[in-house]
Design a protein around this ligand. Structure first.
Ligand code: AMP
Length: 439
């Protein structure tokens, strides 16, 4: 490339470090890199941003296109990707998002430890309903635009703190599992994999080769159950997850212990699953005859004749073809019953949850061993949630197109910028009409 042109574009290109103050403000470490809380330099509006520095260097052309597509997504319950910075000196990629002070992982943890200490927390009666409705609304929008989340879990469901969008759910990390699913090194070269399988749908655990909308719905069912009980419904030991094999005996065992073993009539196509042979070899239906969701939820004081239980059952349906869609779930009688869901999940009450803490590099090292403040062991219950992760288990592909190229090639400056200017004409506008009309 022409040397002068290169110098000129270099000088013109916006740089994260010139525009934002974020030094010492690391708030998280996720699957794809480090997250910092930042403020614009020389700005008086006080607006806060989350800056995500993607782990590794470089980016493929298809990832660029996909990022450009995600930039087009606009919905009140989907975190908006405001800008992408490509730092050409160190080949780093930065993503700029709105900052959300809370997330469901921290909120649930807070309630769990309050419960253990017999402390009452004053939250609105409809809080769980509002959270679930907004999660469904955001996912419905993504699904309507053929974006699958693929990694829904409490840590990825953010909630806005004080400000214009107080108490608003923001789904984060959407579509990124597909973007950055190509590990930089072979899995065998990396630390033991620390990835949660608790929110994984049974068809994935049985070797389903494609991600589908139904997989996101299963995860939402798991999150709903966790919001009702403060316990991960399919909690399972994590130590054994060391391979890229999707079949996970202990996780399936946990699911059957709660749900019961699926009857042939309930999930006819289970026989067609790639790991069905292993399943029949490893499991006996008779071991689970006394297990069902009614019993499990009754133990947690959720009545089986309640509307919330009925919706939970529809979300946690084993057969993916029979699982409810986000669109239908939003019309469920649960949401028409008083108290109705609200836009501010805190409904104007004081927010009882603490703000995010800043992490030090020391915390970061601990995160590598799964014991960081941000996401390590929860002493109150022994539930070791794993948001601090280094490694991705290779997921199956999606049914939709444009996969990330595996070589993670570094792209030409100009090509990258052109790709980021790419925009999709296929993005629909917000699907939240039902929702907004109710507030
Ligand atoms: P992730 O890379 O998305 O898994 O995020 C890692 C950590 O950063 C998690 O604890 C998230 O809750 C936090 N985080 C991610 N996005 C944001 C955001 N937009 N605002 C505030 N915190 C975030």
């Amino acid at each position: 490339m022409d040397f002068e042109y290169k110098q000129k574009t270099n000088a013109e290109r916006a740089k994260v470090e010139d525009l934002f103050d974020y030094e010492g403000c690391k708030v998280g470490r996720g699957t794809y890199g480090h997250v910092y809380k930042g403020k614009r330099k020389n700005s008086t509006d006080g607006r806060e941003y989350a800056l995500k520095q993607i782990e590794g260097t470089g980016i493929s052309m298809s990832a660029c296109r996909e990022i450009a597509l995600l930039r087009e997504l606009k919905h009140p319950n989907v975190i908006s990707l405001q800008k992408v910075f490509l730092s050409h000196t160190d080949r780093k990629v930065w993503l700029l998002f709105d900052y959300a002070e809370h997330d469901l992982w921290h909120i649930i943890k807070f309630h769990r430890s309050a419960k253990a200490n017999k402390k009452q927390i004053d939250v609105p009666k409809n809080m769980v309903k509002s959270l679930l409705f907004q999660i469904l609304d955001g996912i419905h929008y993504l699904h309507a635009n053929w974006v699958l989340h693929r990694d829904l879990k409490p840590a990825n469901i953010l909630v806005m703190g004080e400000g214009e969008e107080r108490g608003r759910v923001k789904i984060a990390d959407m579509g990124f599992a597909r973007l950055f699913n190509s590990p930089l090194k072979p899995l065998a070269d990396l630390d033991p994999v620390v990835v949660t399988f608790w929110y994984r749908a049974p068809e994935l655990l049985l070797g389903a080769r494609h991600y589908t909308k139904a997989i996101d719905i299963w995860a939402i069912g798991c999150i709903f159950a966790e919001l009702l009980t403060y316990e991960p419904i399919f909690h399972c030991r994590q130590e054994d997850i060391k391979t890229s094999n999707p079949y996970h005996h202990d996780q399936l065992d946990r699911i059957f212990n709660v749900m019961g073993f699926p009857q042939d009539k309930d999930w006819e196509d289970i026989r067609k699953m790639p790991e069905h042979g292993t399943l029949t070899k490893d499991f006996k239906r008779s071991n689970y005859v006394n297990c069902n969701l009614v019993k499990y939820m009754e133990k947690h004081k959720v009545k089986p004749d309640s509307k919330q239980f009925h919706l939970l059952q529809k979300l946690l349906t084993m057969d993916p073809t029979k699982r409810i869609t986000s669109e239908l779930a939003m019309k469920d009688p649960y949401f028409l019953e008083d108290p109705l869901p609200s836009q501010d999940v805190f409904e104007g009450k004081n927010i009882p949850y603490p703000k995010r803490e800043f992490l030090t590099d020391d915390d970061d090292d601990k995160a590598d061993t799964g014991a960081s403040k941000a996401g390590g062991a929860d002493q109150s219950s022994g539930h070791n949630q794993p948001p601090a992760k280094r490694v991705r288990v290779m997921p199956p592909s999606t049914v939709s197109s444009s996969m990330v190229s595996s070589d993670y090639q570094h792209i030409h400056n100009v090509q990258a910028q052109q790709a980021l200017q790419f925009s999709s004409s296929n993005i629909q506008t917000s699907t939240s009409s039902t929702y907004t009309s109710r507030f």
